[in-house]
Ligand binder design. Sequence first.
Ligand SMILES: O=C(COP(=O)(O)O)N(O)CCCCOP(=O)(O)O
Ligand SMILES: [Ca+2]
Ligand code: NA
Ligand SMILES: [Zn+2]
Length: 311
Amino acid sequence: PYVDTKVILENADKHGYGVPALNINNLEFLHYIIEAGVKKNSPVIIETSQGAMKYAGNGDFRKGAEIFVKMVKAFADEVDIPVALHLDHGKSFEHIVAAIKAGYSSVMIDASEHPFEENMKITKEIVKIAHAAGVSVEAELGQLAGIEDEAVAAENVLVDPDEAKKFVEETGVDFLAPAVGTSHGAFKFKGAAKIDYDRIKKVKEYTKIPLVLHGASSVVPEFVEIAEKHGADFGGAKGVPSEILQEAVKCGINKVNTDTDLRIAFVAGLREFLNANPKEFDPRKYFKLAREYTIKVITDRMDVLGSTGKA
Ligand SMILES: O=C(COP(=O)(O)O)N(O)CCCCOP(=O)(O)O
Ligand SMILES: [Ca+2]
Ligand code: NA
Ligand SMILES: [Zn+2]
């Protein structure tokens, strides 16, 4: 069934496990996520960025939002696992309202590049509107290095747990994404992978709400190698290893945003299949390995995070 994100995350918070939040831009990835969730009897949070809304609507993000809600509900109505749809990195008021109007389960207002007071003011406004429509809200404190939509944060700005306490109390936000050292994309760490567990623990202790880890892809070496064997150039790619994700969940993370891992697994399978089957042009065939690898990376993640069997 199609559910509120809050229902999924409050259960994860209560029982101390993580739920993968998986980004889509098209039907293929949605298909694979649902198959993985059913296979592992795991709840799933589907999420779309503002760019994905635009892509699905062929330039019209409002249409894209409506199309995504209909697509996700069509699948959700057919399966027994809980499925939620979330707007990821909502930055513009128009995109957030479009998602709420279209029927998204939850929205993120990412105003973290603004000063603290401004972030709080904007978030408070979105919480009021979203809650009036029965939609839950995620916000962010601190900044992840790397490209994040329009805002390119130069380097990491880690969350201040005392600010987090005030922020949650004043805004009434349902979930919080504290910046703790990760970044988006495939090149997350120059040196060893490391995140600030102590900050996660403190934010959890002070806010007592479900927490979100952004930039959480592992950049799985197995799939990076397959992609590179078949022509990809991902030199220097490095992600968050499973053990670090498991420790982060123990410290209080409940929603684990994952996009890059799906992208790498898919393109690895696509490259491998196309290289090996020069005569094939049936899309029901040439996505075969891409589908297999993408489902594998999702089902492995459900096992790592502990959402397996929790549907
Ligand atoms: O935190 C994450 C996942 O990060 P990761 O999967 O790169 O580690 N996310 O929020 C996903 C970011 C999706 C970016 O979407 P666009 O390219 O459409 O703007
Ligand atoms: Ca941000
Ligand atoms: Na999000
Ligand atoms: Zn993110």
